[in-house]
Design a protein around this ligand. Sequence first.
Ligand code: SF4
Length: 309
Amino acid sequence: MMYLNNKRYNTFDGYLKSRFGCKVAKIPLNAGFSCPNRDGTKGYGGCIYCSPMASGDFAGDKNKSIREQFDEISSAMRKKWHDAKFMPYFQAGTNTYAPVSRLREIYEQALEIEDIVGISIATRPDCIPDDVLRYLAEISGRTFLTVELGLQSIFDSTGKTINRGTDFSDFLKCFYRLKEHDIPVCVHLINGLPGESREMMLESVRRISELMPHSIKLHMLHVLKDTKCAEMYEKGEFSVFEKDQYISLVCDELEIIHPDIVIQRITGDGSRENLIAPLWSIKKFDVLNGVDRELLRRGSYQGCKLTLS
Ligand code: SF4
């Protein structure tokens, strides 16, 4: 497997360039969705790390239309990449948590934008009823759709600690229903959740790689202000990674991920004003460069520790 962008892993940027022949930038949007884990349907308060912005700190302004949000963010990106194409990314909240008629109103606004090559929708495994699944399959037949499922860990004990409100079997059911409809799935995993050992984090990655999702996102736990996680951190209930530990873990994880799986992310974006720890994660390029250097030093690359048939 040849990796693009001189990386030793299969980056999303490289994947999109080879698939669409140009730079493709994701445009994070906020359609104002809530979440069943925050409004009381499944739970209150949400996942312990979820920010008051419902994980959409970098997304557009929910009071503006989808088109306005898209234009605002994409025009800034066009200055950097003149010939770029785009992927609207529905990031904030649970983006399938509405009647399918409402989802249609929202997603059709994004789908009619020129210069898009696909869309990305982030959601929870317990929020894709059959009618929504059929609509997602329809979108997938029309454009490049990725559905991003927040799993974070395969361990249900961790799921309870982080107040996820779903278990691994919910994830698996949803994952296979999406796969049956040929809808590419991106699985989110978080390194450094309270109570998790390094071996547990590696086991989550190993298990998810075996499922062969389209892509995986890895990032470190960000302790953000005004979250349950911040309270726990301040009480000393868990600690965060040092940068070198994190880089070493990510390299171990990449080595056991199947080389055909696209790596959408290996580090997180905590909003600077709200981030309590780890502060080193603000310098995202330090982490990315550190991973590149460590893989080079090891002479290793994505999937090198797998025996492929
Ligand atoms: S599922 Fe997502 S939006 Fe909902 S509480 Fe958890 S992190 Fe926040």
